[in-house]
Design a protein around this ligand. Sequence first.
Ligand code: NAG
Ligand code: NAG
Ligand code: NAG
Length: 349
Amino acid sequence: MPGARAGWCPAPPVALPSVLFVVLLSITIPAKAWRPWPHIGLNTSSSLGESKKYEGSSEFVQLRYHMGPVLTANITVHPIWYGEWTPAQKRIIRAFLRSISPNGPPVRRPSVAEWWRTVAMYTDQTGANVSRTVRLGAEKNDRRYSHGRSLTRLSIQHVIRSAVTARTRPLPVNPKGGLYLLLTSADVAVEDFCGQVCGFHYFTFPSIVGYTLPYAWVGNAARACPTVCAWPFAVPEGYGGPRAGEPPNGDVGVDGMVSVIAHELAEMASNPLVNAWYAGADPCFPTEIADLCEGIYGTGGGGSYTGQLTVDARDGAAYNFNGIGGRRFLVQWVWHPELNYCYGPNALD
Ligand SMILES: *[C@@H]1O[C@H](CO)[C@@H](O)[C@H](O)[C@H]1NC(C)=O
Ligand SMILES: *[C@@H]1O[C@H](CO)[C@@H](O)[C@H](O)[C@H]1NC(C)=O
Ligand SMILES: *[C@@H]1O[C@H](CO)[C@@H](O)[C@H](O)[C@H]1NC(C)=O
């Protein structure tokens, strides 16, 4: 079991594939109840059953604070580009990361920065909030697949170690607000990728990396499983229905990664050491603020319906938030600590 291998939690008692410390994303393949949007005939009483337990109701969700730190210092994201990345692909992800902070040139609403405001409502014991400031920090290229084309949960930590200990331009070690974001290109296999996860976050072990640093991995699923991890830009073959919409930045895999990156950043900020904000009694299986809202991008979302989105009449791009430079992104919602349901700044109510 991945978690047992990581040596942190006792072997879990359940037979379910153990997704220890990881964030499970869009595993439900939206083949059955998937609905095209803009939605037609969406009837809440009949079609939102699955999502209702989260959206609009806190009945089943016991999100709790477990006394650990949240990221209150200015956050700096350090991407590690593993494998082959085109400049255009990097630009999409950088633009997304640069869109999170509210400072900067004005951006059309609803914006990515407004979306992060919900994440910034989470506080620590001292009442300090998650930082509103998220910066793009130094980056590292790992073009030559330093640890091969097939990574495990543990070898991912070795990739991060290589990045912070490189002889030339190592990534800075920043335990205060640094987040290390390993991005693997579409030709890299990662343990549990597609079958169980599209990304996950955890923290590095001092015994491997030398420090305890929050990190996340997100993979480009364009080749391996776009209908799972780049949904709704890719739909299962034979689905037969109309396409979900065009990826707003023209790249199914990378546009799909943006929401997974957002998911991981929101959770790293509110639960960086997996001892702060999560639901569920078992710290080995935390359900975090983005897990609760997986697959929900707009009002009415849930089950396999994305919720109301904006579809650009000119190019068919489907998105919910605006970013810098006129970029558009599709980003899942997160759990709102006061409203007690999933929320995003494009909410209609
Ligand atoms: C939605 O479903 C309810 C109950 O099945 C029904 O009464 C209502 O008319 C439906 N609304 C629409 C818009 O179809
Ligand atoms: C954090 O970011 C804000 C806004 O960019 C800036 O004003 C402030 O000086 C930063 N604080 C630190 C400690 O770097
Ligand atoms: C800080 O968190 C509190 C509690 O969630 C919230 O009411 C407040 O708006 C947050 N402040 C900022 C600056 O985000």
